[in-house]
Ligand binder design. Structure first.
Ligand SMILES: Cc1ncc(COP(=O)(O)O)c(C=O)c1O
Length: 461
């Protein structure tokens, strides 16, 4: 039990939302702090160590983390010494709505954010074993922060060193879960270009989520600008080509204090980033899913269709149970009939039967994944018939191939599905042909190895 005095607490950002998503899927946070804002001065801290369930745990990973932390300390202090504190960008640099992309890129690359990386900064990271990088949080140099009041305009965003956020214990995000997040990636190409994949889709999904959660939304251009700033400021943390990516995590949270249930009077938009490797242990290895038929992820009229923070902690219980039995993740069914497939804890699902691809339709209970949308479009352009429709769990069990999609997992084949007492294996546990083809087509575009005929790539430099 910890006693805290005063009315403000400083929490690491990772405790403000689903910190453990970064630990190989939605896993349990190691330390949970219980805030009691009504009592003002008392909080209790309890530890629920679920280390055995974190897929990136183990001695090797710990050694890498320590090595990484050392590099971070060393390189951050040398950066601090060489560069004055960052200022916010001027309005001209920021770029107004409608300003063309070329001039916006120009403004960004001329800011300090783009100048903090030299060859020696990148060399400082050369000790990292990028081949064994999992999907875990590795703090980087800078984060982007922007604020607005309810009914007001967004202020000037600025880069600041990655660190804790100071937040009132009465913040709406802490008390009522008024928060949204996004997830996208930046890739480094062989010819040293930095690529983003469809970032405007994330911006638009955040706008839809903000509407559902009664939060002020962020104009698409401001979102894109903030992402670019955050990526360029942390450019040296983007893994080498083919070794991973820089995961970008935008957060929109109600940071103003409330007592009664009301929208927060103040909002904070933050972007932090972390270099990542594969989401599931084993790379493009098929995963084993368990169908959950008691708990549901979302119901009609709820918030399943937006990326709100509150959708994620509830899936931990089932996910931890499934992981404890050796499964990789959980597949949810619809809450009304308990027989239509919805999605996995943090990715969408597809099935292939007789070369026809199907995926559950969007009806407000599953997240409209950007990878899902891209795979639907890409598969269509590769000549597949693709249907977005209700998918009965029995149909899924009879499929030739099943795979998941998401920014973190990209395209991940499913090796087996267990539903009640039945376990169905696909492709003898091997990677299916369709999943492989679509994985390659998508990642070739994302990593700049194939021509971007779809116009999905945004290049930063
Ligand atoms: C519940 C859920 N479904 C699906 C996805 C996949 O969405 P996207 O492809 O945009 O990453 C995510 C991604 O985070 C998710 O959290």
């Amino acid at each position: 039990m910890t006693l805290l005095y005063g009315n403000r607490l400083t929490l690491p950002k990772k405790q403000l939302h689903e910190s453990a998503v970064f630990s190989g899927g939605v896993a349990a946070a190691k330390d949970v702090i219980l805030l009691l804002p009504m009592c003002g001065s008392v909080s209790s801290s309890l530890s629920c160590n679920q280390a055995r369930l974190a897929t990136v745990s183990g001695t090797q990973q710990q050694q890498q983390q320590q090595q990484y932390q050392g590099l971070l300390r060393k390189s951050s202090s040398s950066l601090d010494a060489r560069f004055p504190p960052l200022r916010s960008l001027s309005d001209e640099e920021h770029g107004s709505r409608g300003q063309n992309q070329a001039s916006r890129r120009q403004a960004i690359s001329s800011s300090e954010a783009a100048t903090v990386h030299s060859a020696s900064d990148i060399d400082a990271l050369s000790g990292i074993d990028w081949d064994n990088f999992g999907f875990g949080l590795r703090p980087t140099d800078f984060m982007y922060v922007m604020k607005c009041t309810l009914g007001g305009e967004w202020g000037k965003g600025k880069l600041q060193p990655f660190g804790n956020l100071e937040i009132s214990p009465a913040a709406a995000v802490l008390n009522y879960g008024q928060g949204l997040f996004e997830g996208l990636k930046a890739y480094r190409t062989e010819d040293e270009r930095i690529l983003l994949f469809r970032p405007e889709e994330n911006a638009m999904r955040l706008i839809a989520g903000a509407d559902r959660m009664s939060m002020p939304s962020l104009p698409v251009d401001s979102f894109l600008h903030a992402v670019e700033q955050a990526v360029l400021a942390n450019k040296r943390w983007i893994p080498p080509p083919g070794k991973g990516s820089l995961y970008i995590r935008p957060l929109l949270i109600g940071t103003g204090g409330v007592l009664g249930l009301n929208p927060a009077p103040e909002y904070t938009f933050v972007i932090y980033v972390s270099p990542v490797g594969c989401y599931f242990k084993g790379g493009l290895a098929p995963i084993d899913l368990q169908v959950e038929s008691f708990y549901h992820r979302a119901g009609p009229g709820g918030t399943g269709g937006v990326k709100t923070i509150g959708n994620y902690a509830p899936v931990l219980k089932t996910q931890l149970k499934a992981k404890g039995k050796g499964y990789s993740d959980v597949l949810y069914l619809d809450a009304v009939e308990n027989k239509y497939v919805e999605e996995v804890s943090s990715c969408n699902i597809f099935m292939v039967k007789d070369n026809v691809i199907s995926t559950p339709e969007l009806k407000g209970t599953i997240l409209p994944g950007i990878t899902r949308k891209s795979i639907v479009e890409l598969a269509g352009s590769c000549g597949y018939e693709v249907f977005e429709r209700p998918v009965d769990v029995e149909e899924l069990l009879a499929a030739d191939e099943v795979f998941c999609t998401g920014t973190a997992v990209v395209v991940n084949p499913v090796g087996s599905i267990t539903y009640e007492s039945r376990r169905i294996k696909y492709n003898g546990g091997e990677v299916g042909e369709v999943a492989k083809e679509l994985y390659e087509a998508l990642t070739n575009i994302q990593m700049g190895r194939a021509e971007d005929k779809m116009g999905w790539i945004v290049e930063l430099n």
